[in-house]
Design a protein around this ligand. Structure first.
Ligand code: TRP
Length: 334
């Protein structure tokens, strides 16, 4: 689908990824990258410092997210894999973009608006606890995107607006200089990707405390799966699989044959909740076990990962440098 496109994926190193992140976002991003003409994959650590000020936590989260992507099959020889903070051209480009970014774009950006709404709901002043990093977040994100002449940015729905802002800023600059200085990016939202429900039936999310962990040991995964909400109907009672949460989660991981088998068993009253939880557990472990081994390896040998990230930065920087030069030449009339 994106064979002739340059695709860029950014991920904020916050929170430990869970099974829902892995199936719903991480694996699809890796797959999309494999099909692109070029794929840039970076860890947005400058974005993370707006909210996280503890260096130990920041470095641990960065480590985890880098290892999760590698474990999930990201190929650092195919994808340009780097850390945002290793590219000093990004903040330089951001500074130039500021001069062309209407302040109203930032006022309207939903990450900032959501923070204001939260303050209002709590009876606090609008800008309480809001730093300039959060406020100007979409401009930094625009620099991330525009620096590499990105065609496509795969995003979740919550990030569409940010890509539109990047596109608008690029359009303003191109129009001002009447030149194609910046490539206008598009977003791509994968509608087919499953939203994995959590063990209580709401969307799987760390903030709801309803996650199935990703690369923890079998025991921890089993504990979460056996806590999935069920009811007290007896096994023999025929059930509509669509009403059964275990089945809903199974959908995002099982093969069509496996899904059929669980569905039939439920409809015919031949499978109880214990059975289907074990089926789900087997499928989850089967899905993650090789990746988990790789993950543990990379976590224990992070110097290797560090080398990959440095390599990636060495590939990404010249591209960002060329964009920065184009911008400076135009802006300062050099
Ligand atoms: N804002 C994105 C998020 O919270 C992370 C991000 C930063 C990003 N820069 C980006 C994503 C550039 C795509 C492109 O998930």
């Amino acid at each position: 689908m994106f064979e002739d496109k340059k695709v860029l994926t950014g991920v904020k190193p916050t929170g430990t990824p869970h099974l829902g992140n892995y199936l719903g976002a991480i694996k699809p991003a890796i797959a999309m990258g494999k099909n692109a003409k070029e794929h840039y994959m970076f860890i947005a650590d400058y974005h993370a410092i707006n909210a996280e000020k503890n260096p130990e936590i920041l470095s641990e989260k960065l480590k985890e997210i880098a290892c999760v992507y590698l474990a999930g099959g990201l190929d650092p020889n195919k994808s340009v894999f780097y850390r945002q903070s290793d590219i000093p051209e990004i903040p330089e480009i951001t500074t130039i973009l500021y001069a062309y970014t209407p302040k109203g774009f930032m006022n309207k950006a939903h990450a900032y608006k959501a923070a204001v709404d939260k303050n209002r709901a709590a009876g606090k002043p609008d800008d309480d606890g809001i730093n300039m990093g959060l406020y100007t977040y979409p401009t930094l994100m625009a620099a991330d995107i525009l620096a590499y002449d990105t065609d496509i940015v795969p995003v979740g729905k919550d990030q569409i607006q940010h890509v539109e802002i990047a596109r608008d800023i690029a359009g303003i600059i191109n129009a001002h200089y009447n030149k194609q200085l910046l490539v206008l990016p598009d977003y791509a939202v994968d509608e087919h990707v499953a939203v994995v429900p959590g063990i209580d039936g709401r969307k799987m999310s760390k903030s709801y405390g309803n996650v199935i962990p990703l690369f923890e040991d079998d025991k921890a995964i089993k504990k979460a799966i056996f806590s999935i909400k069920t009811d007290s109907r007896p096994m023999e009672e025929p059930k509509d699989p669509e009403e059964i949460l275990v089945y809903q989660i199974y959908k995002s991981i099982a093969t069509p044959e496996q899904l059929q088998e669980m569905g039939d068993g439920l409809r015919q009253g031949k499978l109880g909740y214990g059975h289907i939880k074990n089926m789900l557990l087997d499928a989850v472990i089967n899905e993650i076990k090789d990746a988990r081994e790789k993950y543990n390896y990379y976590m224990a040998h992070f110097d290797e990962v560090e080398g990959m990230l440095e390599n990636g930065a060495a590939k990404a920087r010249p591209v960002a440098q060329a964009t920065l030069k184009r911008l400076k030449d135009a802006v300062f009339g050099r």
